[in-house]
Write a protein of this length. Structure first.
Length: 401
């Protein structure tokens, strides 16, 4: 008897196709390959989409954070607050300007930055705070701004997961002085690599436009077009962070379907939550009533005290059933560099560690088929059942699920 083939569900599959390919072909035929008219169009439409005055396109989300910190005046010896539960880029960008990343514990419900812990870590050297909208659910921005005003801090949102998310009726991107987006391959809008900063601060926007391309006072597009001038001046020692028209052409197509892709992820998240809410071993994401999430991630948490598998073993069991998962994130204070450079230790942030050991991220991308969604649901429920009862056979749906 032949063994049934196990369905393989990847963690992510970008929703790109013929439209994006045609947009890139148009750029190739134009003869202009780097930052130019497509990038400026992308910036304009992105700013309109999130409701900001300015949008500055850059090569990565990390570059967006770096430019924002530089424009905000964060310098050597300063301190910047950020959650320990984030990707290294959030803290890494702080080191680029010579400042110290000061890690903060998280709220156990949202897994976003805990403001009481943040307040305790403020010193005279603290110059900024970077709230990270984990998975797409916006942080408590009113409280963050109140804390920032009290201590004269600049607010730089890490919104790598939060396009399009909303907080109290406002889209993320128009709430704080600086908001940084990522267009990495797995993000809700992708250009392969890329990022964007939005701001209403004209002087900061001009500073970031200058610094993203070597500190030169006019970009290559203006110098090399027919009515341009060869002359340029280097005003600052800038960086190489510009986005290309190839990427921006893809971004424009992606932006046009951003709402539709969010709706698709919402539908998948609802399917998951409906299926998992009655399972006592699983904790589904809790979304605050006054905000909406982009559903960049669906972070499921395990009640480990009722299971005979730890989180790693649970993920391995899902992998055997053909479901690829990830973990967001390994807290930074557990990483060798941050332990070595800043003296962080295991136990410093107990809530972040507890949630890290119980959480896993399930596949959630707009192109998921009904069969793939069903397969993920069955695999999770079957793995929970076998973990709870010590049975090695499936109890829900296809025995190979």
């Amino acid at each position: 008897m032949s063994i049934p083939k196990v369905i393989q569900v990847p963690f992510h599959r970008a929703l790109v196709g013929e439209e994006e390919a045609l947009a890139v072909c148009e750029v190739i035929r134009s003869g202009w390959m780097t930052m130019g008219p497509k990038t400026f169009e992308f910036e304009k439409k992105f700013a309109e989409y999130v409701g900001a005055q300015h949008a500055i396109a850059v090569s990565t989300g990390t570059g967006a954070l770096h430019l924002s910190l530089e424009a905000a005046g964060v310098r050597i010896g300063d301190e910047v607050l950020l959650p320990t539960t984030t990707f290294t880029a959030t803290a890494e960008a702080v080191t680029y300007v010579g400042a110290r990343p000061v890690l903060v514990d998280i709220d156990p419900v949202t897994m976003n930055i805990d403001l009481e812990d943040a307040a305790r870590r403020i010193t005279p050297r603290t110059k900024a705070i970077i709230p990270v909208h984990l998975g797409g659910q916006a942080c408590d921005m009113d409280e963050i701004h109140a804390l920032a005003r009290m201590h004269h801090l600049r607010v730089i949102e890490d919104a790598a997961h939060a396009l399009p998310s909303e907080y109290k009726g406002k889209r993320v991107g128009q709430i704080s002085e600086f908001t940084c987006f990522s267009f990495y391959a797995t993000k809700t809008l992708t250009t392969g690599e890329g990022g964007m900063v939005t701001t209403d601060n004209y002087e900061a926007a001009e500073r970031m436009r200058l610094m993203r391309l070597h500190g030169i006072e006019r970009d290559a597009w203006k110098r090399y077009r027919g009515d341009g001038s060869w002359f340029y001046e280097v005003l600052e020692a800038g960086f190489k962070y510009n986005l290309t028209d190839f990427q921006s052409a893809i971004g424009l197509v992606q932006l046009a379907k951003c709402d539709a892709m969010k709706q698709a992820r919402e539908r998948i998240a609802q399917r998951y939550s409906d299926a998992f809410s009655s399972c006592e071993d699983l904790v589904i994401p809790a979304i605050r009533q006054d905000r909406s999430t982009s559903w960049h991630l669906y972070v499921l948490r395990l009640r480990l005290d009722s299971l005979n598998k730890d989180r790693n073993e649970f993920i391995e069991a899902l992998h055997r059933r053909g479901v690829a998962c990830s973990v967001h994130f390994i807290p930074l204070h557990l990483q060798p560099y941050y332990r070595r450079a800043y003296g962080y230790q295991t136990g410093d942030f107990p809530r972040a560690e507890r949630e890290f050991h119980s959480c896993l991220s399930l596949p959630i991308y707009p192109g998921m088929t009904e069969m793939e969604i069903d397969h993920v649901i069955n695999a999770v429920l079957n793995t929970a059942a076998e973990s709870r009862t010590h049975r090695a056979v499936a109890v829900h749906g296809d025995p190979n699920a």
